[in-house]
Design a protein around this ligand. Sequence first.
Ligand SMILES: Nc1ncnc2c1ncn2[C@@H]1O[C@H](COP(=O)(O)OP(=O)(O)O)[C@@H](O)[C@H]1O
Ligand SMILES: [Mg+2]
Length: 264
Amino acid sequence: MEALTTPIGCKMLEIKDLTVEVEGKEIISDFNLCIERGEVHVLFGPNGCGKTTLLMTILGIPAYKVKKGDITFNGVDITDFPTNERVKLGMGMSFQHPPEIRGVKLGDMVNIALGRKGEKIDESVIELAKKLNISVDFLNRDVNLGFSGGEVKRSEILQLLAQAPSFLMFDEPDSGVDVENIELIGDLMNELMGRDEILSKRERSGLIITHSGFILNYIKPDRAHVMLNGRIACSGIPEEVAKHIMKEGFERCVKLCGAKVCAE
Ligand SMILES: Nc1ncnc2c1ncn2[C@@H]1O[C@H](COP(=O)(O)OP(=O)(O)O)[C@@H](O)[C@H]1O
Ligand SMILES: [Mg+2]
């Protein structure tokens, strides 16, 4: 299946009335979200409100059961598509807690993402890894086995660089990353999402989850949402929303935004 481009006038990602259960418990309820081609949205929310569940559902991870609603990607209803088909259509994700994979080297994963499964870890992989300060020794380590928090994030971004998806999801890209590497990660996220392109030429879109908002020192999203109890509670200008969250907390931010303090 070929990666699709968004027809003019069509949303890249459209989520309508989505209700999701995990282990028989409703985590996301009547959730709605629209992301246009070229847009980057940021989703804030307290621990446990359902942010990771949302991204896992968009990617079609089987434990996350859609009970109601639908997800449309580039005009195609993908609600029942398996994860591999969603990836082929252009979705990619940097996971908050990716699994350890014994016996599979990081360099092998990069090759798979480059569409060169089974090939040697050669100069093209090494060059890509250099962008993230990742050494050849590190490419030869088993994926995520004993990686530090920051190393996990860099390895996730490296795999996305190789995959080059058109819709990118980042689950807490700033958590556990040291100050030396956060700017690097921010720069590469901007590159991945085509933020250096002029507005009319932007083809890629993104959805960034952040608890701390730290990554917003490096990335300027188009729109922000606050998620509470499995729903979007308010939306607005990212700088405004972030400012209220940092000052007043999530619940109070929602009240302030409701009072049009975060209005566009
Ligand atoms: N596999 C699972 N089994 C049981 N409960 C889960 C599972 N995954 C998530 N949850 C629950 O769903 C809620 C939302 O989790 P999550 O989406 O990870 O929140 P967030 O990313 O916003 O911190 C939490 O109460 C969490 O314990
Ligand atoms: Mg999470």
